[in-house]
Write a protein that binds this ligand. Structure first.
Ligand SMILES: Cc1cc2nc3c(=O)[nH]c(=O)nc-3n(C[C@H](O)[C@H](O)[C@H](O)COP(=O)(O)OP(=O)(O)OC[C@H]3O[C@@H](n4cnc5c(N)ncnc54)[C@H](O)[C@@H]3O)c2cc1C
Length: 379
């Protein structure tokens, strides 16, 4: 493995940075204050090719290698963490989920709209009684002729206010436990589909997670992804992919907080000198930099392994675990280095601090990543 980026990857990163600074960064504060889903920015991201990064060109996508995908999510998250995670979930769990597990008919019907960003994709696994224990779903899908009749509740579904196409997980045979779970492609306009509320949050406030209730919702049988009983395997496979994106998001938030801290520490004068002249500050910057570099390398390793076709569950869990904790630690240090000004509303530093925390929770908590990693070590 080369420990650096290729020329092509560097160029892609520079383009993603330019796009993110021009289109996402200027709205980041407003998205944070209002908590509104940044629909216009996501539409533009689609036009710029950031909605179909895991989908081949012949299916309407803009496929790039795994490291480039991670670089794009990093740069976009560095500008606006809400836009970053919306695109990460859309690319890795929504669009890729339908493409990777879909048959030709499903790909033709759903993938072009997702890959172009005309429709936003979502992932419906979590329920009130099924969080970390995602196999414990209560939502059922009972076959009735040409349709599955779905009943149940989902919560914390990212982009829930705006997404139009979801990968939905439900039990088709409760007696079989996790092996009785199936995945369905769900369209928002399906009769019986109801959004019952949206969640207000501490950070990533624009990613608009919502809760849902399904009452005798009829999903066509042809919307089954893969085979009946494969739902849990599909969910875990997609989460392996998704965690690379969340790791990349952690790198983006950490980079933003680190760069701002370097700049501020060189200009803030106390005791007649820049605060960076104190080793208490400069050593903190060194630690922030080391953790951020290490996070990037772990994310790139997982992404390269994914592209090689090898198993990468442990590596994506490791990248997600380390980069999430790094984002939180680096953002916290950044607040400290900025003093009172880092604590004030309107400061991006205060926003990074709040945004960073969720990375340790969604797409599997840090404890769940440790379960995955230790399970691989001890198997
Ligand atoms: C903003 C946001 C967006 C989200 N987006 C989506 C989405 O789009 N789609 C979706 O399906 N879900 C989504 N989620 C759900 C998310 O994945 C879950 O919140 C997460 O998996 C944890 O589940 P929980 O919140 O029910 O916590 P719980 O599972 O109840 O966990 C509570 C605490 O117990 C710990 N814990 C649980 N079991 C163990 C164990 N065996 N060993 C050690 N510790 C343990 C956890 O790590 C955690 O610290 C989102 C959540 C949030 C907050």
């Amino acid at each position: 493995m080369a420990f650096g980026l290729s020329e092509e990857q560097r160029k892609f990163q520079a383009n993603a940075r330019e796009w993110a600074q021009a289109e996402a960064a200027p709205h980041a504060e407003k998205v944070d204050i209002t908590g509104e889903f940044p629909a216009e920015t996501i539409r533009k991201a689609g036009q710029a090719g950031f909605a179909g990064m895991n989908i081949p060109h012949e299916h309407g996508g803009s496929k790039v290698d795994g490291v480039s995908y991670a670089l794009a999510i990093q740069e976009i998250s560095r500008a606006c963490a809400s836009v970053g995670v919306i695109l990460a979930v859309h690319n890795s769990l929504g669009a890729f989920g339908v493409y990777h597990f879909g048959n030709e008919e499903q790909r033709k019907r759903y993938v072009p709209d997702l890959a172009s960003g005309r429709k936003v994709g979502g992932f419906m696994l979590t329920e009130p009684e099924a969080g970390s224990d995602a196999s414990n779903l209560s939502t059922t899908a009972a076959l009735d002729g040409s349709h599955y009749v779905v009943n149940g509740k989902k919560r914390y579904i990212l982009s829930g206010t705006n997404a139009e196409t979801f990968v939905l997980f439900a039990m088709t045979d409760k007696t079989k436990g996790a092996k009785g779970m199936s995945a369905l492609i769900l369209e928002r306009n399906t009769p019986g589909f109801k959004m019952t509320g949206r969640h207000d949050m501490m950070g990533v406030r624009g990613c608009a997670p919502a809760e849902f209730e399904f009452t005798d919702m009829r999903v066509p049988r042809e919307n089954l992804l893969g085979k009946e009983g494969e739902g849990f395997r599909i969910a875990l496979t997609l989460l392996d992919h998704g965690r690379i994106g969340i790791g990349a998001q952690g790198c983006g938030i950490a980079r933003a907080a680190l760069e701002a801290s370097v700049k501020y520490s060189k200009t803030r004068i106390q005791f007649q000198q820049p605060i960076s002249k104190n080793q208490g500050i400069s050593f903190a910057l060194a630690d922030m930099s080391a953790r951020t570099d290490a996070s990037e390398l772990l994310v790139w390793r997982a992404a390269e392994l994914k592209d090689s076709g090898a198993r990468f569950s442990r590596e994506s869990a490791t990248a997600k675990l380390f980069a999430s904790e790094t984002a939180r630690i680096v953002a916290e240090r950044a607040v400290q280095i900025h003093g009172g000004s880092g604590y004030m509303k309107g400061s991006p530093i205060e926003r990074h601090y709040r945004d960073a925390k969720i990375l340790e929770i969604y797409e599997g908590t840090s404890e769940v990543q440790r379960i995955v990693i230790s399970g691989a070590l001890l198997s």
